[in-house]
Design a protein around this ligand. Structure first.
Ligand SMILES: Nc1ncnc2c1ncn2[C@@H]1O[C@H](COP(=O)(O)OP(=O)(O)OP(=O)(O)O)[C@@H](O)[C@H]1O
Length: 251
């Protein structure tokens, strides 16, 4: 079967305050893959994610997402388009005044006209999927760190997005909760066919879940290949990630 490209970036350039953060970034992401964007602190990983998510205008180059050049997206179509994307940020906090069920229901209530009974069913299905079926009536303050992440994940996927973007999803989790979150992300990929794009420094996570690695260095993609290829790469800064887990920082 022909590989289906979900994201295609060509010659993306990003300048902040006269500083070229991304000089020339090109890559493609294939449907059903878990792709990890790696790179040292400040290398521009989040900047790439934010450009894919349309949070910044594309200054130079092309960002193609779900067969749509995002620069040509009409303003009236933007909301519908971006609703197709699941976004899971490390600080994607839930609203403390709402129960977990109401938090997860929020995107459905805000963006659909579905009847309350159906919304509740959809929320329960997603809570089941993230192993939080008993947390429907609990408040965020009653959840552990790992449970909070899973609830935020349930909210990110409530509209069944074809792509899930995760920025440091495991930040602050203990190793056991981190492994559980990784398992869950793999389950979403396997059961729902979701494509996952993740920025993370967690080597244990990367080894568990990455299919593909994109390594950002000096404003370009310094490495683009499978996890196996990445582990064997002679590129010194990439080697550091897997051997000493320095996060790509030198010294
Ligand atoms: N809105 C902005 N305005 C000005 N500079 C920015 C902005 N966003 C990011 N930068 C700069 O661009 C560079 C890349 O930032 P980015 O957050 O993409 O890096 P990162 O690789 O995700 O880093 P980290 O791993 O530390 O989160 C940094 O030097 C940052 O200071």
């Amino acid at each position: 079967m022909k590989e289906n490209k979900i994201i295609e970036i060509n010659h993306l350039k990003v300048t902040f305050d006269d500083r070229e953060v991304l000089k020339d970034v090109s890559f493609t992401i294939t449907q059903g893959d878990v792709t990890v964007i790696l790179g040292g602190s400040g290398s521009g990983k989040s900047t790439i994610l934010k450009h894919i998510l349309g949070l910044f205008p594309v200054e130079a180059g092309v960002v193609n997402l779900l067969d749509q050049d995002i620069a040509t997206l009409k303003e009236k179509d933007e909301l519908d388009f971006y609703l197709k994307l699941g976004v899971f940020y490390q600080n994607g906090a839930l609203l403390n005044s709402l129960t977990v069920g109401d938090n997860v229901a929020l995107p459905l209530e805000q963006h659909t006209d579905l009847p309350p009974q159906l919304i509740e069913e959809m929320v329960r299905t997603k809570l089941n999927l993230v192993n939080l079926e008993d947390a429907y009536y609990l408040y965020p303050s009653q959840l552990s760190g790992g449970m909070l992440k899973r609830a935020a994940l349930a909210r990110a996927i409530i509209l069944d997005p074809p792509v899930l973007f995760c920025d440091e999803p495991g930040a602050g989790l203990d190793p056991v909760s981190l492994a559980a979150l990784d398992e869950l992300i793999l389950k979403l990929r396997d059961q729902l066919g979701m494509t996952v794009v993740m920025v993370t420094h967690e080597v244990s996570s990367i080894l568990r879940i990455a299919d593909k690695i994109l390594f950002v260095e000096d404003g370009v993609i310094g490495f683009d290949g499978t996890l196996e290829e990445a582990r064997k790469s002679p590129l010194p800064s990439l080697k550091d990630f897997f051997t000493v887990g320095t996060g790509g920082k030198k010294g």
